[in-house]
Design a protein around this ligand. Structure first.
Ligand code: AMP
Length: 193
């Protein structure tokens, strides 16, 4: 049985980059919720248009939608033995639903949750730099702040939730990208297969 992991971090913490590396390292499927939603938007369906309006505002898409979009892919990934969740779950309801499903199937529960810790000033700096590079408009600053509010309200409670389940691993996400990757490997050594 291979690794079953979740990468949990605030916007701008480098979650996607580190998740991609970890998935390669452990040879498991990288399930990126944001990417799956963007693919849905690209398809130009009615559901895609609705998804886009939530994403553009920096809000979470409704739980039913994310369960539909991620659910099927997740089941395929878990049957292959391992998975790395990136961006899902993002609130307690999603986490509880995911846990319930995993228990129903049996033997596929999360082994470890990596919480990448980066200070708010550094996150703000990184997000604004990214927005400038992508040439986006002035209202980005407000959307970035809104994404932090949504993270604090909806997603941050997952830290205590997974700590309570005894599977939370905190990793310092500041500094050199390669060094952060090494810290994660060191933290997970002996924890996952
Ligand atoms: P990300 O690429 O992880 O930053 O996600 C981009 C956007 O996709 C988020 O700001 C949300 O609008 C949406 N999203 C991603 N994952 C979820 C999720 N698990 N639940 C609800 N919305 C999500």
């Amino acid at each position: 049985m291979s690794a079953r992991l979740l990468m949990l971090a605030a916007p701008g913490a480098g979650k996607g980059t580190q998740a991609g590396r970890l998935a390669d390292h452990y040879g498991i499927e990288h399930l990126d919720a944001g990417e799956l939603l963007r693919a849905e938007v690209e398809e130009g369906t009615e559901r895609g248009a609705a998804v886009r309006s939530y994403m553009d505002r920096g809000d979470l898409v409704p739980d039913e939608v994310i369960m539909e979009v991620v659910g099927a892919r997740l089941l395929v990934a878990v049957q292959s033995g391992g998975y790395l969740l990136d961006g899902f779950p993002r609130n307690l309801a999603q986490a509880q639903r995911g846990h319930q499903l995993a228990q129903e199937i049996g033997g596929i529960e999360l082994q470890a949750v990596v919480h990448l810790e980066v200070g708010r000033d550094e996150l703000r700096h990184r997000m604004l730099a990214r927005a400038r590079e992508e040439g986006r408009g002035d209202d980005d600053r407000a959307i970035i702040e809104h994404r932090f509010e949504v993270y604090d309200r909806e997603t941050a409670p997952l830290i205590d939730y997974y700590e309570g389940r005894g599977i939370l691993h905190r990793v310092d996400g500041e500094g050199d990208v390669d060094e952060v990757t090494e810290r994660i490997y060191r933290e997970l050594a002996g924890v996952v297969d």
